[in-house]
Write a protein that binds this ligand. Structure first.
Ligand SMILES: *[C@@H]1O[C@H](CO)[C@@H](O)[C@H](O)[C@H]1NC(C)=O
Ligand SMILES: *[C@@H]1O[C@H](CO)[C@@H](O)[C@H](O)[C@H]1NC(C)=O
Ligand SMILES: *[C@@H]1O[C@H](CO)[C@@H](O)[C@H](O)[C@H]1NC(C)=O
Ligand SMILES: *[C@@H]1O[C@H](CO)[C@@H](O)[C@H](O)[C@H]1NC(C)=O
Length: 321
């Protein structure tokens, strides 16, 4: 009984954490918290071991592997569904971390709690000019002393200008390890367009950046052959961070070379109505591979980048028109 109660409370907390933080439009100050910690992919915080089958996640009974119960995919850090676990660094036990949505001119007070055991942290608010508050920019050893394990720091700055931004840990490989989330600063005037957030990233399910860096620096080999540097669509040779899959809002499908087929990871679903216009806020949260974004049989019009409006550029899946 006691255990059930504890699990219920835990699940309720976890569900609460992954909801977006949206500041009231009339508030002058918005205050919230982000907790950074380690976790692993493909593990449920209370149900433990999970596996993927036919687009659903199941928890399995370790004493009887043919007994399995479906579980809620939103409670697991899935990545590309690769069953072998990967160590991640995340905000509020989710990847991406919670969406932070505020209005232009509001003061944002964000306490960052470092629950990592041995690494320090800073949080960078990508794209924000931080005019008048350079010491809140989150650059370790340059604009602040990093937040030591077991301690916290309160970021305090005015959210401006309006636009699509993201936050992430700026220490070592923590960002590529999963510590990122969207920061949206809405305009004061109400905008009738419904919004959706798309966070796109390249994903490697068995590399961590620090290991990848060491392998590159000291000679990476696979099966006694030198590991090739990945090449992108335009022929450029990229750095050493390999890519297994592409993720949207932390979820994507892995194509196995054994079966030459994709697995069935549950994907992010955007519900839209025919004939309506939407604003998609697209954030590239990856490590090194760029992505071309299009929606089949639809025209995308690019209206702004970071906090700046641009003359609209129209895109289809065949490129610019
Ligand atoms: C993150 O988690 C903390 C601790 O559970 C919670 O207090 C806070 O509201 C969460 N932050 C957001 C932005 O959801
Ligand atoms: C294992 O689980 C299956 C499916 O739920 C069940 O039919 C079987 O009886 C279980 N075996 C044992 C030894 O409990
Ligand atoms: C899974 O969790 C999400 C997010 O909290 C919730 O909206 C949804 O109803 C849950 N689904 C099930 C089947 O419990
Ligand atoms: C939006 O409102 C805030 C606070 O009232 C103000 O500082 C800011 O300049 C306004 N932005 C625009 C574009 O009018």
């Amino acid at each position: 009984m006691k255990n059930t109660l504890v699990s219920l409370i835990l699940i309720a907390l976890l569900l609460h954490n992954i909801e977006a933080f949206e500041c009231d439009r009339s508030a002058t100050t918005c205050e919230t918290k982000l907790v950074i910690s380690h976790f692993v992919t493909m593990v449920h915080p209370t149900e433990r071991a999970v596996y993927l089958s036919d687009g659903k996640l199941y928890r399995y009974d370790v004493t009887n592997t043919s007994a399995a119960t479906p579980i809620n995919a939103s409670e697991v850090i899935i990545g590309d569904g690769f069953e072998q676990k990967k160590l991640v660094v995340v905000f509020n036990m989710s990847m991406p971390g919670p969406d932070i949505i505020v209005y232009e001119g509001q003061r944002l007070l964000m306490t960052v709690v470092n629950e990592l055991y041995s690494e320090a942290v800073t949080v960078h608010w990508h794209g924000l000019p931080q005019r008048g508050s350079p010491y809140m920019d989150g650059v370790p050893f340059v604009t602040q002393c990093p937040i030591e394990p077991g301690t916290s720091f309160r970021y305090d700055f005015i959210a401006r200008p309006s636009g699509t931004y993201w936050y992430y840990s700026n220490m070592g490989g923590q960002r590529t390890g999963g510590a990122f989330g969207a920061l949206i600063i809405r305009e004061n005037e109400s905008n009738s367009l419904e919004e959706h957030i798309i966070q796109i990233q390249d994903w490697s399910h068995n590399y961590v950046t620090d290991l990848a860096f060491q392998q590159w620096k000291n000679g990476g080999v696979i099966n006694r052959f030198r590991e090739p540097n990945p090449q992108i669509l335009d022929g450029s040779i990229l750095n050493f961070i390999s890519i297994d899959s592409a993720l949207i809002n932390g979820k994507g499908r892995f194509k196995s070379t054994d079966t030459n087929d994709y697995n069935s990871t549950p994907l992010e679903i955007y519900n839209v109505k025919l004939g309506r216009q939407y604003r998609f806020r697209v954030v590239g949260v990856g490590s090194s591979h760029p992505f071309r974004v299009s929606v089949d049989n639809h025209i995308l019009s690019v209206v702004a980048t970071d906090g700046y409006d641009v003359r609209p550029i129209y895109h289809t899946s065949r490129g610019e028109i």
